[in-house]
Design a protein around this ligand. Structure first.
Ligand code: GDP
Ligand code: ZN
Length: 456
């Protein structure tokens, strides 16, 4: 895999913008050493911390700090890297950046340092993505998993799968090319057994990747229900804050409200919807329209009802107007609220295949049953140790590889068509290679690194 690497020497602030104790300006590229010499006045010793003045073109001091030089290829990007660690003030950093640019560097694009590290084989794509995920992680669990991905835990699993696929492809293609050798791979159980083993391995990687993606992206939950069912109260109970206005006057929650909480490290994006009803009020109608957009996209819809006035557990009877507008009904959970008033027991049950949770948003009884249920519908297992972080892109690639493996099985068992099986195996391998970046397009790279911050 070859790609032309930009020859420019790039520069950017590596620390967060604003004021701080230390501000770091980082350079990467062929001109790094030349620029370093101009700023500190001598050739820096590799990997040695020089405490020196940083000087401008006239030899006047801009700042005093630590200069570090990492000659390529033993650097983060694989190129010559020079770092100036000065005082973290925006004016000082700007002066240092301008000085580097006057000496021939250009400002780096977002993610360009990581992109160069990837293009110079210092790390693969999942590791580069893990850097961004580590920095952006919203919980301790997510951070730990991002670090494991950065250290190659995910890539290793994918590489093993690719390796097994290559072996199987060689065997199958040999059988096609040399039929006189009479390798009858349909009758011979080896291909089927190998394919089965690869499929099982892929499934276990998919399961782990799903956990990783949940840690990163979380789940979205919509709380829907008629006015006064207790939606805002549930939102507050889940988030432990008084973020939504709780009131007994109908129609007070006019807009879509959001809360972000964590369930054992999994981010939960909760959306409390406006009371879904016909309204003459323009603002309220806009709120209702927005609520419907959220409902259609959600991982889970909690249909909330006041158990005092509940005669049926059938959502179609409880709220036919709502149910008739739902496109998919498999994401639905019925929440029977206010059981403190009806003296019913709290907890989870299944009624005609529909999950039903009885709780009290006021006393918090039964909230645990709800959070356990939410984790379980997403397949989130907070007890798994040693996982890695993953993205939607990875999940999609794994699913694509899985589809080709399934198609391969069909070829093998249904038609015994060796050429088509070989083609499916090749496609499966390619889908997996997209994850680590061994096979990828410029467009994909642009999208991934473009979402990074400048200086990463
Ligand atoms: P929303 O319109 O669906 O958002 O409902 P609210 O959360 O604003 O609640 C409406 C009213 O019901 C408020 O007076 C709440 O205090 C009350 N309420 C909500 N949940 C419970 C509950 O579990 N038990 C009792 N007794 N009252 C509740
Ligand atoms: Zn409300």
């Amino acid at each position: 895999f070859q790609q032309l690497i930009d020859q420019d020497t790039i520069v950017a602030q590596a620390t967060a913008p604003g004021r701080g104790g230390v501000g770091i300006v980082r350079l990467s590229g062929a001109k790094s050493l030349e620029i370093a010499q101009a700023i500190i006045g001598f050739e820096p010793t590799p990997r040695y911390a020089h405490y020196v003045p940083f000087k401008d073109a006239q030899g006047e001091q801009l700042d005093m700090g630590i200069a570090l030089y990492f000659p390529g290829p033993n650097s983060f990007t694989g190129e010559d890297v020079f770092e100036l660690q000065g005082h973290g003030g925006p004016v000082i950093i700007d002066m240092l950046l301008s000085r580097c640019m006057a000496l021939g560097a250009r400002l780096a694009r977002p993610g360009e340092f990581s992109e160069r590290a990837f293009l110079n084989d210092k790390m693969d794509l999942t590791q580069a993505e893990a850097i961004a995920d580590l920095i952006d992680s919203s919980s301790e669990q997510a951070a730990k998993c991002a670090l494991r991905s950065l250290q190659g835990a995910f890539s290793k699993r994918v590489d093993e799968l690719v390796e097994s696929l290559i072996h199987l492809r060689i065997y199958v293609e040999a059988a096609i090319d040399f039929p006189e050798e009479e390798i009858d791979f349909i009758g011979d159980g080896k291909v089927a057994a190998d394919l089965e083993e690869i499929r099982n391995k892929l499934h276990s990687v998919m399961k782990e990747a799903n956990q990783g993606a949940l840690l990163r992206e979380g789940m979205s939950v919509v709380i829907a229900g008629r006015p006064n069912a207790g939606k805002s109260s549930l939102l507050n109970a889940l988030s432990g804050k008084d973020s939504a206005i709780v009131t007994s006057i109908e129609g007070t929650t006019r807009d879509v409200l959001r809360e972000h909480i964590h369930l054992d490290g999994m981010p939960l994006h909760i959306i409390d919807t406006a009371g879904l009803r016909d309204s003459p009020d323009e603002v309220e109608r806009i709120g209702i329209q927005r609520a419907w957009e959220e409902i259609h996209k959600a991982d889970r819809i909690l249909l909330m009802v006041d158990s005092q006035s509940l005669e049926s557990n059938d959502p179609n009877e409880i709220w036919p107007e709502f149910m008739s507008q739902l496109t998919a009904q498999d994401h639905l959970t019925l929440v029977r609220n206010k059981v403190d008033l009806t003296k019913e027991s709290t907890g989870y049950e299944e009624v005609n295949g529909l999950p039903v949770i009885s709780l009290s948003a006021k006393t918090n009884d039964g909230i645990d049953a709800l959070t356990t249920h939410l984790k379980s519908v997403m397949g989130f297992d907070s007890t798994t140790e040693g996982g890695f972080i993953a993205r939607r892109r990875h999940i999609e690639a794994l699913q694509k590889a899985n589809r080709y493996l399934e198609a391969g099985f069909e070829q093998l068992h249904g038609y015994g068509a060796g050429e088509l099986l070989a083609e499916d195996l090749k496609e499966a391998q390619q889908a997996l290679s997209e994850i680590t970046g061994a096979f990828t397009s410029d467009d994909l790279l642009g999208r991934i690194f473009g979402s990074f911050c400048i200086g990463k």
